[in-house]
Design a protein around this ligand. Structure first.
Ligand code: SF4
Length: 456
């Protein structure tokens, strides 16, 4: 940034050190010369371990940034007559309250005349005001887009929207009413999207068909080609395409091995979009549209499996249906909530003579000895257990000592789920309940609106 546009030679420049190359100044002020800030800490964003890169002399992002800052700093010192360096000893946001290593080095090594002065400022701490959005007419109008009208609803509430509301009503307001979206995809997210994409590419041509082991083996031979096409179709540059390719190949190979073992089954659909309305009773009766896209639906031995692939960390067990609507527990129950939501959509649209099995596939656990797909519900200690008990001897049972049973047919649980869902929707549309902030600061840590709330 340049002030005094009319006279750039005598103007005040506010620039980063890296932008100062080829420029010389008489008076230079270095601000924020705290360790951790100057040079700025750069994260090692790679699948290759740091030590491996270091041993083989591969470029390290932190070293490159450090060298650039050091070069810019020492270069600016060459022609300056007067240099002021500032660092803060207390309460610095990014650093440790120590002076930067470059400044420390200067105090020991250089022959410059150094004058050290201390300044103190008594800043009055300003309390951060809580944010609560009252549901006035304009906000209620935004909510209207989810309601059924003569001309049809403009939009619908997805499981992610409900999870967002349970996590933090204000986050729901920002994301689904104001539609302030965040678009940056991390490596984890990229892996998840590509995995889903390749699975859909492989299976889509066979929707409605019986899948046997021969077909699965044919699909296995197409994995590499489909991955390459999915990566080529990705619009923004991927952070590590070759590593992603290798990882996807391994995960998809394992997925198809599991399908091979489960074959034959009838594939009912992939990426199946479903939309259904739900009636809310109350002072004002409202019909709200709900929707979701199910990764895959198949049928095996009179059992319809509602399949959801999860590449992130996911919990597959719940203690009760009521807990799914507990804002304090939604962090761990997201995946199960989503599957219940999908199963409810499927059941209300198609009814079902067959059993409906929610089938969570935790991809991170593919290669673990206790890999167990599906979802599990806690049973009373002396309650009856069918053969599908999630064995207490395996990993999480060992820790908790509780008994869990796999949900083989979700239908008996859908009535209480629907009641909970209606309660949640009634709250969302209740004009007297504002969109307030969550009390759980851990949720804020992963929220894209953390700056707006000043909780960073
Ligand atoms: S930062 Fe926290 S309080 Fe603010 S919207 Fe996000 S989750 Fe809610």
């Amino acid at each position: 940034m340049l002030f005094h546009q009319d006279n750039p030679v005598t103007g005040l420049y506010i620039i980063e050190v890296a932008e100062s190359y080829n420029l010389d100044f008489e008076h230079v002020f270095f601000l924020d010369m705290n360790e951790g800030c100057f040079p700025k800490v750069t994260h090692h964003d790679s699948f290759l371990p740091y030590d491996l890169c270091h041993s083989f002399g591969l470029p390290l992002a932190d070293k490159v940034a450090e060298n650039k800052t050091a070069y810019g700093f020492y270069r600016l010192l060459q022609r300056a007559q007067n240099i002021c360096c500032y660092f803060s000893q207390k309460g610095h946001l990014d650093g440790s309250g120590e002076m930067s290593r470059l400044l420390l080095q200067l105090t020991f090594d250089s022959k410059l005349k150094i004058i050290e002065t201390h300044h103190s400022i008594n800043l009055l701490e300003r309390p951060v005001a809580a944010i609560a959005i009252q549901k006035d007419d304009s906000v209620m109008q935004l909510l209207d887009r989810f309601l059924e009208k003569e001309e049809g609803a403009v939009s619908s509430l997805t499981p992610s929207a409900c999870i967002s509301y349970l996590s933090c009503p204000l986050q729901f307001y920002f994301k689904y009413l104001l539609q302030l979206r965040q678009t940056v995809a991390t490596e984890d997210v990229q892996l998840g999207i590509l995995f889903h994409d390749v699975m859909a590419r492989l299976y889509r041509p066979f929707a409605g068909s019986q899948i046997d082991t021969n077909m699965v083996r044919q699909l296995q031979s197409k994995i590499k080609v489909e991955i390459a096409e999915a990566i080529a179709a990705w619009r923004t540059p991927l952070s590590a395409p070759m590593l992603l390719h290798a990882l996807l190949e391994k995960l998809l190979g394992r997925m198809l091995d599991l399908d091979d073992a489960a074959a034959p089954f009838t594939l009912l659909g992939v990426e199946v979009a479903m939309k259904q309305s739900i009636m809310l009773d109350g002072e004002i009766a409202r019909k709200v549209w709900l929707s979701g896209t199910i990764d895959r639906i198949d049928r095996q031995n009179h059992c319809v499996r509602i399949i959801d692939y999860k590449t992130g960390r996911s919990n597959c067990k719940i203690s009760s249906i009521v807990n799914l609507f507990d804002p304090g527990k939604i962090k761990t129950n997201k995946a199960v909530f989503q599957l219940f939501f999908y199963a409810w959509l499927f059941q209300s649209l198609h009814g079902a003579d067959n059993a409906i099995m929610p089938y969570l596939i935790p991809i991170r656990e593919f290669f673990l000895a206790h890999y167990t797909p599906g979802i599990f519900i806690q049973q009373p200690d002396n309650g009856p257990l069918s053969k599908a008990i999630y064995d207490v001897a395996i990993e999480f049972g060992k820790r908790s000592g509780k008994k869990y049973q796999q949900i083989e047919d979700i239908k008996e649980y859908l009535q209480p789920f629907e009641e909970g869902l209606k309660g949640l929707l009634v709250e969302i549309f209740n004009p007297t309940i504002p969109f307030a902030q969550t009390e759980d600061l851990e949720i804020c840590g992963y929220c894209p609106y953390v700056r707006i709330c000043q909780r960073d």
